[in-house]
Design a protein around this ligand. Structure first.
Ligand SMILES: *Cc1c(COP(=O)(O)O)cnc(C)c1O
Length: 453
């Protein structure tokens, strides 16, 4: 088990970070004109009008709850309308029919994660899907009883893994291996691979660490696990809709994610899961009638005949109204293209990091630290800006109309969303980050986190 290593605040700026509080005037990259030029040249800028941006705010929390699009609104209203008009007939007559909604939306989502249409199903929520998949793929036997995860995991995943171990009569204290971070921000792939011993029955990792935004090398980790004969799954809550994946090509066994973060399908909307086709036919660990062979589901037989694809991992009747926004949202992703979105996301997070360093915000007297890897290949969709007064700064930003979020002990997360965040937004935020410190404005706000941070 790992503690939260507090080595960072003592380390000060990292190599390559500016020690100079003055702007590097040689560069015009920090000017407002440059921000506006980037927006003018942005081929995805037009998507901003498709979203409801909270008035008077710069919204940088789309990694926690994405904004509503007109498209998602339309498909939601349409679902209500069809319920009104069709009643129970909607199971087969709605567009798309509710009976196969999970499969249909799964096929639309599959290109975002590099999967076949029948390997993805829209169902459940992240933690529930994690339980369903771990209950299937965690098969402790003999000496192989351990699950490998990381010391920087999202807590829900750790709770779920611990419980799954207990359900198999194990002890999470010895069977749950949380690979330690060396710097408190990131987890080294080599350390994860080193933990893949012959006592390991399952590896379950985040694709992107929720706090620092580190993107793990999924391909390399999957290859290492396969070499050792260990099933490997990923929680992609922080990458689905932000980072393209190639699940099939990488040969990962399973994955799950939510759709309320980068996929913009609304609070508590339905998540997704992936099962590699080599596991089709495996009996799901948490079976339910919605995973039954669709043609025979209403035969109401008591013997199990699972659906042929990932649909077998559905448990219950889909919450149609909570699924409806995803249909509209996925149309936007199909139009914009996940590769173009990723390219803009990297340019935007890179631009924000550059502004922070070039404007001197990482100088000791200003005190910001960049917690996100500089290497674009190791960066997810958000920038983790650390500051000892992070909670106060988060509140000061909100008072100035910027919506970030805060993760203890010191991380301000800023997520430029390529569908609706402009470069000019980021330029303004960088200036505010500096003003809030220089004027002492942040001291007017309380420390500690809110009930929902
Ligand atoms: C957001 C997130 C969750 C949330 O789980 P829910 O079951 O959707 O509430 C779980 N795991 C990770 C890694 C997340 O980022």
């Amino acid at each position: 088990m790992v503690g939260w290593a507090r080595v960072r605040s003592r380390n000060g700026p990292h190599p390559g970070e500016s020690m100079n509080p003055e702007p590097r005037t040689a560069s015009d990259l920090t000017t407002e004109a440059h921000a506006l030029a980037l927006d003018a040249a942005d081929p995805l800028a037009r998507f901003r009008d498709r979203f409801y941006l909270p008035p008077g705010t710069i919204y940088l929390d789309g990694n926690s709850l994405g904004l509503l699009s007109r498209d998602a609104e339309a498909t939601t209203l349409s679902a209500l309308e069809q319920w009104k008009r069709l009643g129970i007939g909607g199971w087969l007559e709605a567009e798309p029919p509710w009976f196969t909604l999970g499969e249909e939306l799964g096929a639309l989502l599959a290109p975002l994660v590099g999967a076949g249409p029948d390997e993805v199903v829209v169902t459940g929520t992240t933690t529930v899907n994690l339980h369903a998949l771990v209950a299937t793929f965690y098969q402790p036997a003999g000496r192989r009883r351990k699950i490998v995860a990381t010391g920087l995991d999202f807590p829900s995943d750790v709770y779920a893994l611990g419980n799954q171990i207990r359900l198999r009569g194990g002890d999470p204290g010895s069977d749950l291996v949380l690979v330690a971070s060396r710097d408190g921000r990131t987890v080294a792939e080599a350390d994860i691979v080193a933990a893949m011993s012959d006592e390991v029955a399952l590896v379950l990792l985040p694709s992107v660490l929720y706090r620092s935004g580190q993107l793990l090398d999924l391909a390399a980790l999957a290859a290492a696990a396969r070499e050792r004969g260990i099933p490997i799954g990923f929680d992609c809550a922080h990458s689905a809709g932000a980072v393209p994946h190639q699940f099939d090509e990488w040969g990962i066994d399973f994955a799950c994610w939510c759709s309320y973060k980068y996929l913009n399908a609304g609070p508590g909307s339905v998540g997704g899961l992936y099962v590699n086709r080599r596991h089709f036919g495996t009996i799901p660990g948490l079976a339910g009638w919605w995973g039954y062979q669709k043609e025979r589901q209403f035969d109401m037989r008591h013997d199990w005949e699972g659906a042929a694809g990932a649909g077998a991992w559905q448990i219950s009747t889909p919450p149609v109204l909570a699924t409806a926004p995803l249909l509209g949202s996925l149309r936007i992703f199909a139009e914009a293209g996940i590769d173009r979105l990723r390219a803009k996301s990297l340019t935007q997070t890179g631009y924000l990091i550059d502004l922070v360093t070039m404007l001197g915000l990482t100088a000791p007297e200003i005190g910001y630290r960049i917690g996100t890897p500089r290497d674009p290949a190791r960066r997810g969709g958000h920038v983790a800006l650390e500051h000892d007064a992070g909670a106060r700064i988060g509140r000061a930003l909100k008072a100035r109309g910027v919506v970030p979020d805060f993760r203890p002990p010191d991380v301000i997360r800023l997520a430029p969303i390529p569908l609706y965040t402009s470069y000019h937004d980021l330029w303004r935020v960088a200036g505010l980050l500096r003003d809030i410190i220089e004027t002492g404005e942040f001291r007017r706000f309380g420390d500690g986190r809110d009930l929902v941070a």
